[in-house]
Design a protein around this ligand. Structure first.
Ligand code: IMP
Ligand code: MG
Length: 181
């Protein structure tokens, strides 16, 4: 746990997130209309709130699975090393896979996960991220759908943590360190 005192300033309200997810779900609904082989893969742990809200907006036969990959320890800097902590439970060969990520930052995590999943021969693979920090990108990758593009700030809430805390906040906020007095 972090010892440095910080406050959280709201950046995106719960209401704005809900409205954006409604729009995104309409696009996803259109993309997968008529298919019965959609499998939505949430990247743990940061996407758990987003995926829960997203799939409940979809009027489609949908399966949900999870994968845990991580390039972050408890620090704020991303590393290039991506480790798989928990693999999918089911097979994805011949399936339409939608990978759900919380934030695309350097892009290494998503690049690595796509590489891994494509090797399993899905029929189609697409990606959606709630947040995108384009100015931080190191890998040449972009999600197919993005909720919000944000500046280079460290954010928490709506599933996203700082040192495992604040995932339960209903909004997205930015972490601001305060000086000790
Ligand atoms: P990437 O591999 O650098 O794109 O990192 C993506 C992952 O880093 C995300 O899925 C998040 O788990 C984490 N991450 C990136 N930016 C933030 C942030 O601002 N707050 C919390 N976690 C973040
Ligand atoms: Mg993540």
């Amino acid at each position: 746990m972090s010892e440095r005192p910080y406050v959280i300033d709201q950046m995106i309200s719960a209401k704005s997130i809900a409205a954006r997810i409604e729009d995104l779900s309409r696009e996803i609904q259109a993309e997968y209309d008529g298919t019965d082989k959609l499998i939505v893969v949430g990247l743990l742990r940061g996407s758990f709130v987003f995926i829960a809200d997203l799939v409940r907006e979809l009027d489609l036969p949908v399966e949900v699975d999870f994968l845990e990959a991580s390039s972050y320890g408890n620090a704020m800097e991303s590393s290039r090393e991506v480790r798989i902590f928990k693999d999918l439970r089911g097979e994805i060969e011949g399936r339409d896979v939608l990978v759900v990520e919380d934030i695309v930052d350097t892009g290494h995590t998503l690049t690595h996960v796509l590489h891994l999943l494509k090797a399993r021969n899905p029929a189609k693979i697409k990606t959606i991220a709630l947040l995108d920090k384009p100015s931080r990108r190191e890998a040449d990758i972009a999600a197919d759908w993005i909720g919000f593009s944000i500046p280079d700030e460290f954010v928490v809430g709506y599933g996203i943590d700082y040192a495992q805390r604040n995932r339960n906040l209903p909004f997205i906020g930015k972490v601001r360190f305060v000086e000790d007095s």
